[in-house]
Design a protein around this ligand. Structure first.
Ligand code: BG6
Length: 485
């Protein structure tokens, strides 16, 4: 029997997580092509449909490209990490980061997605960023695809709906694995691969107005991503000895609304639909519960010969996930609706919610860590967690974000309990260590950072960086390896 692990392991990877399209800006510099995220405009809250402004039509893209709109596109500008990465990385280093999660913007490397040759300026940019991180001993953790499919792939192939995109992705993966083989050891193949269920454009660059059967297209697109992910895992292992390649899931831990078996069964079904993605990545095959779902929904997945073998032979080294909240599930119409990351649920009376209505549930993190580890027996990595909140800048420039500290502290406490429960946890990267553009709403006012960025929802501001109260707090968490919370 092994001894109980009290506290975090010595080599625990503390840090922060970002995505290129929400951070970098410089959307048309350095030879970068357009990406799907560059088409998403800011929509004021009162004009928004639901929480999300993530889907888009073919016609709207045509109008944007023809210059027929004067909308504001925040993800094109990000928070200008492209020009300020040295300053930002110095601040991460000051907090003591061991790891920094970022994505490579695919369209910086292959501007159209299907180009014959990569763009050297794009490759050089990430070389410079990795060198800067390594200078401080910060390990890069790189997501190959985080909601930024080259727009060319959407226009020419309807994104991941087409099998051909597998080949372009594999070529891109091979290019960056080869280039950065001495610099990057930790990789994630797709951010929140389950997002395609909620937004085919965001997750797969797919325009659903071009397809007859949306559900069929989504699951076919997902099959393409599963195969691409397995092929990238294989290549990563071949090209970078000692590399560790993971999948990434928007984990939706959920509770049944009551002990009525109908609620419990409904919750189980939703949980299976969430774990389907990690099942394929960790077990190397489609789970049997999906057979019935596909049959009852007339979904037929076209597979090429060899696909099953590719999935089976190239399972991931670890499982990473985002965790912001839990959901409550009811079989009937009972319950008051609530917002959430990608998906809402019904209100849980035992939980408080964030300014955006996401239900805050630290204990749920311990539950999900135990569930995932029991199921897969593979190391886990929490690669997103945090509180999106309104911050107030005081007259002296300070931001007293005690609410963020409280959120993070309670989650880290539960992580520590999960480690004690026996869960193998590699690391923790808080989402948005520096304020960045919100994925779902494109707002700047939904802030996650330890570092404040002077920029508002309309793009006004100096872009100056300053430390919030949470900066010193997180620094202390890292230096004490999670002992001082
Ligand atoms: C995750 C995404 O879903 O949640 C991130 O991987 C995103 O890209 C994060 O930013 C928080 O969501 P939001 O909508 O508050 O930015």
């Amino acid at each position: 029997m092994a001894a109980v692990q009290n506290g975090f392991p010595e080599n625990f990877l503390w840090g922060g997580a970002t995505a290129a399209n929400q951070l970098e800006g410089a959307f048309d510099q350095g030879g970068k092509g357009l990406s799907t995220a560059d088409m998403i405009a800011f929509v004021p809250k009162d004009k928004r449909q639901g929480d999300h402004s993530m889907e888009i039509s073919t016609e709207r893209i045509a109008r944007i490209l023809a210059g027929e709109t004067d909308d504001w596109f925040p993800k094109r500008e990000g928070v200008d990490f492209y020009h300020r990465y040295k300053e930002d990385i110095a601040l991460f280093a000051e907090m003591g980061f061991k790891v920094f999660r970022m994505s490579i913007n695919w369209a910086r490397i292959f501007p159209n997605g299907d180009d014959a040759m990569p763009n050297e300026q794009g490759l050089q940019f990430y070389d410079d960023v990795f060198d800067e991180l390594l200078k401080y001993g910060i390990e890069p953790l790189v997501t190959l695809s985080h909601y930024e499919t080259p727009l060319g792939l959407t226009q020419k192939y309807n994104g991941w709906a087409s099998r051909e995109v597998v080949g372009f992705y594999v070529k891109y993966a091979e290019t960056v694995f080869t280039r950065y083989r001495s610099k990057v050891k930790y990789w994630l193949t797709f951010n929140e691969i389950n997002v395609m269920l909620f937004s085919p454009y965001t997750g797969g660059g797919i325009l659903t107005d071009q397809v007859e059967n949306k559900l069929q297209t989504v699951f076919q697109g997902l099959h393409h991503q599963f195969v691409a992910s397995a092929l990238a895992t294989k290549l990563g292992h071949e090209i970078i000895p000692g590399s560790r390649i993971g999948c990434m899931l928007a984990r939706m831990e959920s509770y049944a609304n009551t002990c009525n078996p109908a609620d419990v069964r409904k919750r189980q079904q939703e949980d299976q639909m969430n774990l389907f993605f990690t099942d394929v990545h960790a077990r190397g095959k489609y789970p049997r519960y999906m057979d019935r779902y596909f049959a009852e929904n007339n979904i037929v997945i076209t597979r090429e010969p060899g696909d099953d073998e590719i999935l089976a032979a190239n399972t991931v080294d670890f499982i990473s996930f985002s965790y912001y909240m839990t959901l409550t599930v009811s079989a009937g119409p009972e319950g008051e609706a609530t917002a959430g990351n990608l998906l809402g649920g019904i209100k849980n009376p035992y939980l408080k919610a964030s300014d955006w209505g996401w239900q805050i549930d630290p204990v749920g993190l311990r539950i999900t860590l135990n569930n995932l580890y029991d199921r897969y027996q593979k190391p886990l990595f929490i690669v997103e967690n945090g509180l999106g909140a309104f911050d107030k800048v005081e007259a002296d420039g300070a931001v007293h974000d005690h609410y963020r500290i409280d959120y993070l502290r309670e989650h880290i406490k539960e992580m520590k309990e999960a480690v004690k429960d026996g869960v193998e946890l590699m690391g923790y990267t808080a989402w948005g260590p520096i304020d960045l553009v919100s994925m779902s709403t494109s707002e700047m006012s939904k802030r996650y950072g330890f570092i404040y960025v002077d920029l508002d929802d309309t793009g006004s501001g100096t872009l100056n960086r300053s430390k919030k109260d949470s900066f010193e707090w997180y620094k202390q968490v890292i230096s004490s390896n999670g002992e001082i919370l």
